[in-house]
Design a protein around this ligand. Structure first.
Ligand SMILES: CCCCCCCCCCCCCC(=O)SCCNC(=O)CCNC(=O)[C@H](O)C(C)(C)COP(=O)(O)OP(=O)(O)OC[C@H]1O[C@@H](n2cnc3c(N)ncnc32)[C@H](O)[C@@H]1OP(=O)(O)O
Length: 205
């Protein structure tokens, strides 16, 4: 039996990961503040633009950055679900379980809101698509999403721990079937069935 294993990149406390954590906080704080805030938004915009100017000035060329993003093995640091270098990623950390499934727990805040007080359906779809992809990776046969079918059973709450699961259910030639769910308080909020086709785009070089 395989021991549980961390399948996603571990966020560091320093370097770009720390800056990205701060950027996530800025996104959340801006939403929290809104147009009724008494903060001086013109000055804040200038400060944020100056941060972005500094980052752009010191960034490597785009093609080099693309090569670097895909240089590692096993995990990605840039993706929009688990990536510690991506400020739009919650980020979700996924653990491969001994039974072949993958599992993670996260709490989503204001940036991910759809219906009042609840998670946007497209965000659940993003998280599940990626989780199913990681479940395929953990099972040893992976590919690209060809179909993703979602069922929204009940609204998914913001500000509460959500359990995200995925498991590969079958492989038939190049066709890979995978399922997953988002649950809150033990109740299924969203379930997903995916068809993946064993195909991989070349990594940038
Ligand atoms: C750094 C390491 C990272 C590690 C962790 C990373 C985890 C990452 C997780 C990331 C997760 C995020 C993941 C993402 O976001 S992946 C990004 C989202 N997905 C895409 O962009 C995919 C776009 N589509 C394609 O590229 C092609 O159409 C694919 C690859 C899907 C198939 O094109 P291909 O030319 O290769 O296939 P084929 O035509 O030879 O057909 C083969 C068979 O498949 C059947 N078929 C095909 N399509 C469909 C369909 N739609 N429904 C039902 N069936 C379909 C077809 O009938 C045939 O069956 P049969 O006739 O043999 O019976």
């Amino acid at each position: 039996m395989t021991a549980p294993q961390e399948l996603t990149a571990d966020p560091h406390q320093d370097g770009v990961d720390a800056a990205v954590t701060a950027a996530r906080r800025v996104i959340e704080s801006l939403l929290r503040a809104g147009s009724g805030s008494t903060a001086e938004m013109g000055r804040i915009a200038d400060q944020l633009n100056s941060v972005a100017d500094n980052l752009d000035e010191h960034a490597p060329a785009m093609n080099q950055r693309m090569v670097d993003m895909w240089a590692g093995e096993g995990t990605t640091r840039h993706d929009p679900v688990t990536g510690p270098e991506n400020a739009i990623a919650p980020p979700l950390q996924l653990i491969g379980q001994s039974d072949g499934s993958v599992r993670g727990v996260l709490t989503l805040g204001l940036p991910y809101q759809g219906p009042p007080g609840h998670v946007h359906g497209g965000i659940s779809a993003l998280i599940l698509d990626h989780t199913l992809g990681v479940a395929n990776h953990w099972a040893g046969v992976s590919g690209m999403t060809a179909e993703l079918t979602l069922r929204y059973h009940r609204p998914t709450p913001l500000f509460e721990p959500l359990t995200i699961t995925g498991v590969q259910t079958g492989v038939d030639g190049r066709k890979i079937r995978t399922s997953g769910a988002v649950t809150a308080g033990g109740e299924v909020c969203v379930s997903a069935e995916g068809l993946f086709i064993a195909k991989h785009l070349p990594r940038p070089r």
